[in-house]
Design a binder for this molecule. Structure first.
Ligand code: SOE
Length: 392
């Protein structure tokens, strides 16, 4: 490993996302040696045993039990927030004010107001920032973005997005606490809208463009659950399912659906975009395959084709094994670290940043408002989609 002029990481959070990020920092430099890489300096958890064990497991040099200590340290230049959603804004703003680069798990804020504070803080401080919308970096989706930018689909008319799971269907599952904070709206901000639908929304904003207005509905199927912290049965205030119709600024239309009550589905993220000249379709369960239909093909031979996005001229694939061999979920995070480093090196926007996080939060907010009002609602913060400069 070369000497580090790269990222000196202080990670907050030792859960599932803490693991995906730590793995990405470790692998990025091995597979993208043109970038300077990342050094795992310290990890933070309020629980000292967890922090110490995580540091030993993932190779962090040290651990802390208060995130403020990470921010005070001179040997850290990037604060990475992988702790529950209610901690994002406070940590990000303090990190930016201290001049640190900031990476944050999605959703950026629990509300657009929180996300806006975070955007203002990083922009005022002029520090590099990113939000972990990792699925953009599935090679097949990056390829889809490239094809749309090349005009292969032409004018877009329709798109549809789904993210289906079934892990909260049991009424015995508590809300709140370590593994189940996503069921507590005070901590998470919302249920599936901010958690799963946010991935669909980010993909839609990236692939299609800004969303102008939405008409949504949400449902909470299990209305009371034991709270892991109070030990009492409490009202559930998250949405278990969330569906909406969208009209984009370019006049195209879309449907969105996310739920944790689709029995049999664990993480079925799918999308389809239909344009004037062609269509694309993709499914996370078969993440290398991009389905493509081109109306420009010779009539008699026209049909959906499957592109196995694993060749060396496909996005990111040259960095991995030999053509045709596969990569997976964890690699999307590795790609994001490599792209972030490239952005820091070139000064270009290469990753979804806090502005993109705010844009997604604004759509989440409009969906939740519409579900309450039972009317169409406009999106308050319509941001322009990122161009293909390094793929966004
Ligand atoms: C929820 O189960 C979850 O872990 C989300 O929080 C992630 O963002 C998603 O990628 C997988 O599912």
């Amino acid at each position: 490993m070369p000497a580090h002029g790269g990222l000196k990481v202080g990670l907050v959070g030792t859960g599932f996302m803490g693991r995906t990020h730590s793995n990405a920092y470790r692998q990025a430099q091995r597979f993208f040696p043109e970038e300077t890489g990342a050094e795992l300096v310290a990890v933070c958890s309020r629980d000292e045993t967890k922090a110490r064990d995580f540091a030993a497991q993932w190779g962090f040099r040290s651990h802390e039990t208060d995130w403020r200590r990470l921010i005070e340290r001179d040997d850290i230049n990037l604060i990475d927030i992988a702790s529950p959603n209610d901690t994002h804004a406070e940590i990000a703003v303090a990190a930016a004010e201290a001049g640190k680069m900031v990476a944050c798990e999605k959703p950026l804020g629990r509300t657009p107001a929180e996300a806006r504070r975070m955007v203002e803080a990083v922009e005022r401080a002029g520090v590099a920032n990113m939000v972990w919308y990792n699925y953009r970096r599935v090679p097949a989706l990056t390829m889809a973005k490239r094809m749309i930018e090349e005009g292969r689909l032409g004018r877009i008319f329709h798109s549809r997005f789904k993210f289906l799971q079934d892990w909260t269907m049991s009424a015995d599952l508590p809300q709140g606490g370590a593994g189940t904070w996503r069921l507590d709206a005070d901590i998470a901000g919302s249920g599936v809208t901010g958690d799963l639908l946010a991935h669909c929304i980010d993909a839609a904003l990236w692939l299609v463009g800004p969303v102008a207005e939405v008409s949504g509905m949400t449902e909470t199927f299990i209305r009371e659950r034991m709270h892991a912290l109070s030990g009492k049965r409490e009202a559930v205030t998250i949405d278990d399912a969330s569906l909406f119709l969208a009209r984009f600024a370019d006049g195209s239309l879309a449907t969105f659906e996310a739920t944790r009550f689709a029995r049999g589905h664990k993480a079925l993220f799918t999308l389809e975009v239909n344009g004037e000249h062609g269509s694309i379709a993709w499914d996370l369960h078969d993440l290398h395959r991009l389905q493509f239909f081109s109306h420009k093909d010779e009539g008699a031979l026209r049909g959906w084709r499957t592109i196995h996005v694993s060749d060396s001229d496909h996005p990111y694939m040259k960095a991995w094994w030999v053509p045709g061999l596969q990569i997976g979920y964890e690699h999307t995070f590795v790609h994001q670290v490599a792209d972030f480093l490239a952005g820091v090196r070139t000064g270009e926007k290469r990753v979804p940043d806090f502005r993109d996080g705010l844009a997604a939060d604004a759509v989440v907010d409009a969906v939740l408002r519409s579900a309450r009002s039972r009317r169409w609602e406009t999106v308050e913060e319509m941001l322009a989609p990122a161009g293909l400069q390094g793929v966004g």
